[in-house]
Design a protein around this ligand. Structure first.
Ligand code: UDX
Length: 451
C-alpha cells in the first residue's frame, strides 16, 4: 500500500456505457473505502465531458473522483469509431499513461490500476510500472464467460480460428447459458470485412488478461442460473449493480424537458425508447417501422433519437404524433426510468440500461444490435422472462409487443406476470441480500488489495 491516502487509477474504455460503471466504481472506492480515485480518459472524451458540462465535471470536487486526461492522437473533426479508438489505444495512449503513473511515484505511488478489459492495452503499462492490476468487466458474468471461453471453443471445435461456428443453428457455446445463433456471437457482429479485426481485438484482449489476478464485474449474484464450471482464475468480485446517482458524467447534454412532459402523462402509460449511447445505425427502414409501430400502439412514447437517425421518420410523422410522442436527443435516463408514467422500455439490451430498468421495475421490449446485447437479451427474455424479443422490428411486431407488455400492468395477463417477475428480480438485485452481497464483494476486493 502507498503511504497516506491510497490511490487507485481507473482506465475505462472510452464510451459512455463503460465510463458510467467505472465512474460508479471509482466513486464507491473513494466514498466507501477512502481511496483517492483517479479516472483517466483520452482527450476526446475529456473534452466532451466538459462540453456537456453535466455530472461530475461541474462539481468542484468531481464527487471525489479526480479526472486525468491523456493525449489520444485523434484530430478535431475526425470521425471516431471502434477502429480509430483501437488505433489510439494501441499507438498513442500507452506512453502517456505510463508517464502519468510514474508521476505519482514521488507522491506515494499507486496501489492499483483498474483496467476495463476492452482497454486491455493498459494492463501491460501498469505491469511495466510494477503496479498491481485489476480487470473490470462492465457487463454481466455470462458475456465474460462467453468471450473468455473463445480459446476453449476453438480447441473443442465449436468455432474456427476466425470465430465462425462450425455447426449450424443456435448453440449453447457455454454450458448453462441460453442458446445463441451464430450471428449473435459478440465477436461476429458488424460487417463481414470488419469481423476479422474485431475477432483479433478479442483474442488480444483475452491474451493480455491472462495475467490478471482479480476481476471486478458489474454483475449481481444470481443473475445466471444453471451455470457450471465456475471460474477459479482470476478471482472474481461481483460488485453489481454498482450504486448509481444522478450526477453520472455524460458525453451529451441531457434534455430534461422530457421529465416535465412525463409529469403530464398517466401512470404506466408511456413507452420509453432508447438504443443507448453507441450503436451501429439500425437503418432508415427500421427507424420507419419502429415509428409506425409506436404510432399504431396508440400509447404515448418518449424516444431518444439522435438527429442522424431522424431521416428514417416517415413524412408528416412528427405532426401526426404531436402531443403523444416526444423525441429527444439525450435523456436523463435514470430519472426517466424511475418515473411512474413509464410503463415499459423498448431497448437495445445494453447492460447498463438493462440493470437501470430492472432497478426501477420496468419491463422490456428487446431489439439487440451489437456486442453483448444478444446474450443480455436472451437472459431478459428466456431466463428472467421480464421482456419480449422483437425479431425484425416490424411495425406490427412493435405494436403487438407494446400491447403484450402494457396491457395487464395491474397484475393480470402476460404483462402483469412480467411485472411480478421484474419486481422479484429487482428484489434479488437491489434488496437487502443483493446490496449486502455487493458491499461484501467490494470489501473483499479491498482486503485482497491490502494483502
Ligand atoms: C455498451 C454495450 O451496449 C453494453 O452492453 C456494455 O455493457 C457497455 O457498452 P451502450 O450501448 O452505451 O453500452 O449501452 P448501455 O450499457 O445501456 O449504456 C448506456 C448508458 O447511457 C446508460 O447508463 C444510460 O442511462 C445512458 N443514457 C442512454 C442516458 O443517460 N441517456 C440517454 O438518452 C441514453
Amino acid at each position: 500500500m502507498v503511504e497516506g491516502r491510497p490511490r487507485i487509477v481507473f482506465v475505462p474504455y472510452p464510451a459512455q456505457g463503460h465510463i458510467t460503471p467505472m465512474f460508479h466504481l471509482a466513486h464507491a472506492m473513494h466514498h466507501q473505502h477512502g481511496f483517492e480515485a483517479i479516472l483517466v480518459n483520452p482527450n476526446f472524451i475529456h473534452n466532451r465531458l466538459i462540453a456537456s458540462s453535466s455530472g461530475a465535471t461541474d462539481d468542484p470536487d468531481n464527487h471525489g473522483v479526480t479526472y486525468a486526461n491523456i493525449p489520444d492522437g485523434l484530430h478535431d473533426g475526425e470521425s471516431i469509431d471502434f477502429f480509430s479508438i483501437s488505433h489510439a489505444m494501441e499507438n498513442h495512449m500507452p506512453c502517456h499513461l505510463e508517464r502519468l503513473l510514474k508521476s505519482f511515484e514521488t507522491v506515494g505511488g499507486v496501489s492499483c490500476v483498474v483496467v476495463d478489459l476492452l482497454a486491455s492495452w493498459a494492463v501491460g503499462v501498469a505491469e511495466r510500472c510494477g503496479i498491481p492490476v485489476a480487470g473490470f468487466w462492465p457487463a454481466m458474468l455470462g458475456t465474460y464467460r462467453l468471450i473468455s471461453g473463445v480459446p476453449g471453443m476453438i480447441c473443442r471445435g465449436l468455432i474456427d480460428k476466425n470465430g465462425t461456428p462450425l455447426q449450424e443453428g443456435a448453440t449453447n457455446f457455454i454450458k448453462g447459458q441460453p442458446k445463441l445463433n451464430p450471428e449473435e456471437l459478440p465477436w461476429l457482429i458488424g460487417s463481414p470485412s470488419s469481423r476479422r479485426s474485431r475477432f483479433a481485438f478479442w483474442l488480444r484482449t483475452i491474451d493480455r488478461c491472462k495475467s490478471l489476478r482479480w476481476l471486478i464485474l458489474n454483475s449481481f449474484h444470481g443473475e445466471e442460473t444453471n451455470t457450471e464450471n465456475p471460474l477459479s482464475s482470476p478471482r472474481i468480485f461481483h460488485v453489481g449493480p454498482l450504486p448509481t446517482h444522478s450526477l453520472t458524467p455524460t458525453l451529451w447534454c441531457k434534455d430534461s424537458i422530457c421529465i416535465e412532459w412525463l409529469d403530464k402523462q398517466s401512470p404506466s402509460s408511456v413507452v420509453y425508447v432508447s438504443f443507448g449511447s453507441w450503436v451501429d445505425p439500425i437503418g432508415d427502414d427500421k427507424v420507419a417501422e419502429l415509428a409506425l409501430g409506436l404510432e399504431a400502439s396508440g400509447k404515448p412514447f418518449l424516444w431518444v433519437l439522435s438527429t442522424a437517425w431522424r431521416s428514417g421518420l416517415p413524412e408528416g410523422y412528427l405532426d401526426r404524433v404531436k402531443g403523444r410522442g416526444m423525441l429527444v436527443s439525450w435523456a436523463p435516463q435514470r430519472d426517466v426510468l424511475g418515473h411512474g408514467a413509464v410503463g415499459c422500455y423498448l431497448m437495445h439490451c445494453g447492460w447498463n440500461s438493462t440493470i437501470e430498468a430492472v432497478e426501477r421495475g420496468k419491463r422490456l421490449l428487446c431489439y439487440p444490435v451489437a456486442g453483448d446485447q444478444f446474450l443480455n437479451c436472451a437472459y431478459i427474455v428466456d431466463v428472467w422472462k421480464v421482456g419480449v424479443r422483437l425479431g425484425k422490428l416490424e411495425r406490427g411486431e412493435v405494436e403487438e409487443g407494446v400491447k403484450r407488455l402494457m396491457d395487464g400492468c395491474c397484475g393480470d395477463g402476460e404483462g402483469g406476470e412480467m411485472m411480478w417477475r421484474v419486481m422479484a428480480l429487482k428484489e434479488q438485485m437491489m434488496g437487502r441480500c443483493g446490496r449486502l452481497g455487493a458491499d461484501a464483494e467490494l470489501n473483499a476486493f479491498v482486503d485482497a488489495l491490502a494483502n
